[in-house]
Ligand binder design. Structure first.
Ligand code: PLP
Length: 398
């Protein structure tokens, strides 16, 4: 059998529009008619398949995008949500009840961290944060109440790589679900193929790639995705983070170019970090041989898509970090903005923005200094020109 390749899976999708269009038609309806009243009852009871009821539940456009995402991640099924946080929170709350516990990586997106640290305890769901690159720490944190192990493939913002294969084994041995946030590395990693139970993404980032919308996805088994949409107990159905079908349709078209974009982001990041590292600057990038999990990543990744488009420069102080970002924006190297995965370079200082939810002492413990600048490199064609500009501005900041 041919080896799994996420780009081939997307290329092989054959979706026709209602009138033979080369893109599927967009559903412009919130609700759906039934010819027979009994069929509607059957849909509510979960006995009738293939009918649409109401767009918060499912609609054909969201179904197309979901099926494409399941193909990309190699999972049985998938769902689309109105944001990455909608996807993460729906998946977690579907699994956990009061009294349950989570073991999570400590270096994760600040919103996910805040949800676990501050919000879930309201429901008596508590999280132990550990260094998931240290498997002994993960094992030691698991209790009989643990239901979920959570990590990001390439963590935000420290770019640590967790060993998904080993975490999956630990999860299985302890009857837990391994949830992996693959936002930083679509196509680069196929976490479900490495043993993860559930893969989530903020599609706001690379998958859509245009910085024009907010969206998320959960990719998992049929059973899990169906449970999210159960009319009586599904978090997606009852909390309602539904993605608008017009957005779904535009994300589906952007998904068709994701493989080319990921390769360009990765080769640009590798070019810049190799040169800036040789120049003696403090750079974090998993593609550099000096990165502590470089070999772990090489073992797990789909190599042709590279090491990703994110890297970090440590400017030591927040003043220097801010000055560098302002200079780079003035020179149109990119935009001083949160988020990532865009066609245009975006940079921010996570200590004062996307990771500010993480308490200072924990940020220190994970090496997240206030001087860090996280750069999501765009699809720049002349990357040598970009390198010269960044180097010039770093030198000017001193
Ligand atoms: N996961 C990661 C790794 C992120 O970086 C983000 C947002 O920055 C999210 C999840 C949340 O996604 P969204 O902003 O689409 O809700």
């Amino acid at each position: 059998m041919a080896e799994f390749n996420p780009a081939d899976s997307i290329q092989d999708l054959q979706y026709f529009g209602e009138y033979g269009g080369v893109n599927p038609s967009i559903t412009d309806s919130s609700t759906y008619t039934f010819l027979r009243a009994g069929t509607m009852e059957g849909v509510f009871e979960g006995e009738v398949e293939g009918c649409y009821l109401y767009s918060r539940h499912w609609n054909p456009t969201n179904r197309y995008l979901s099926m494409a995402l399941a193909e990309m991640e190699g999972t049985e099924s998938a769902s689309v949500m109105a944001s990455g946080m909608g996807a993460i929170t729906s998946a977690i709350m579907q699994i956990c009840s009061a009294g349950d516990a989570i073991v999570s990586s400590r270096t994760i997106y600040g919103g996910t961290y805040a949800f676990m640290k501050n919000y879930l305890p309201k429901f008596n769901i508590n999280t132990t944060f550990v260094d998931t690159t240290n498997l002994e720490q993960v094992k030691a944190a698991i209790t009989p109440n643990t239901k979920i192990i959570f990590c990001e493939t390439i963590s935000n913002p420290m770019l640590e790589i967790s060993d998904i294969t080993e975490l999956a084994k630990i999860a299985k041995a302890n009857n837990c679900q391994l949830i992996v946030d693959n936002t930083f590395s679509p196509m680069i990693f196929s976490p479900a193929k490495l043993g993860a139970d559930i893969v989530v993404h903020s599609m706001t980032k690379f998958i859509n790639g245009m910085s024009d919308c907010v969206a998320g996805t959960v990719c998992a088994s049929h059973e899990f995705i169906d449970s999210l949409y159960d009319v009586n107990s599904g978090t997606a159905m009852l909390l309602g983070p539904v993605l608008d079908s017009f957005r779904s349709a535009s994300i589906l078209k952007n998904l068709r170019t994701l493989h080319i974009r990921m390769k360009q982001h990765s080769s640009n990041a590798l070019y810049l970090t190799t040169k800036l590292n040789e120049d003696g600057y403090k750079i974090v990038y998993p593609g550099l041989a000096k990165h502590p999990q470089h070999e772990t990543m090489k073992r797990m990744m789909n190599a042709e898509f590279g090491f990703g488009g994110l890297f970090v420069i440590d400017m030591k102080t927040s003043e220097k970090a801010n000055l560098l970002m302002e200079k780079m924006q003035d020179d149109n190297v990119g935009y001083l903005a949160v988020s990532l995965g865009s066609y245009k370079t975006l940079f921010s200082a996570p200590g004062g923005s996307t990771s500010s939810e993480i308490p200072e002492e924990e940020r220190e413990a994970m090496g997240l200094s206030d001087g860090l600048v996280r750069i999501s490199i765009g699809l720049d064609n002349n990357i040598e020109r970009t390198y010269q500009a960044i180097k010039r501005h770093i030198e000017a900041v001193g």
